[in-house]
Design a protein around this ligand. Structure first.
Ligand SMILES: [Fe+2]
Ligand SMILES: [Fe+2]
Length: 185
């Protein structure tokens, strides 16, 4: 990038400086899809499951599609574990934050809480409360998150399931990430 801002501290910046910064950010936004695909591909490789983490999310998205989910929901199923790459202990929050400007409140809420809801399937093996998710029982999206986990997420570790490849989902990713993003600064 040839042009640079004139400041070395933000408080000295002018409108022209920030125009340049936001121009660059817009360019960055247009490349977001490429970076998401790169990030997804980092989920390939070794895993203790019978399939890779990438195959898990592809299978989750495939099940969502086969159940007649809309494209936005399928994309959320595809990206729900993308936080694994950078934040293994709070991966749900990373995926939810990435998706939030582009998806409904409901889909955001489901992705944000899916880690807790998935705990139903493993926590009791560690003397933890598998029903910890029930503290959210009165929330309007509670049932949808239970279903997301029961029908799409927790079952998607099957090496024999007929799973669509990543390329299949690219048009849906393009559709969702070409929306004008909402701002959550
Ligand atoms: Fe997850
Ligand atoms: Fe998952």
């Amino acid at each position: 990038m040839d042009k640079k801002v004139n400041f070395i501290a933000m408080e000295e910046g002018t409108r022209n400086d920030y125009d340049l910064v936001f121009q660059h950010e817009a360019e960055n936004g247009r490349n977001l899809l490429e970076r998401i695909l790169t990030w997804l591909k980092m989920m390939e490789g070794e895993s203790p499951y019978k399939i890779s983490r990438l195959e898990h999310v592809l299978q989750t998205a495939t099940r969502a599609e086969n159940d007649g989910a809309d494209n936005e929901t399928i994309v959320c199923a595809l990206l729900h574990d993308i936080g694994d790459v950078l934040a293994p202990t709070n991966h749900s929050q990373i995926a939810a934050a990435l998706l939030r400007p582009y998806v409904s409140d409901k889909n955001y809420w489901i992705v944000l809480h899916h880690g807790l809801f998935q705990g139903y399937y493993w926590m009791h093996h560690y003397d933890k409360d598998r029903d910890a998710r029930d503290k959210l029982k009165d929330h309007p999206y509670y049932d949808a998150c239970v279903k997301f986990c029961a029908h799409w997420d927790q079952v998607s570790f099957d090496p024999n399931y007929d799973t669509y490849p990543l390329e299949h989902f690219i048009p849906m990713l393009k559709e969702v990430f070409s929306k004008e993003p909402a701002s959550f600064i």
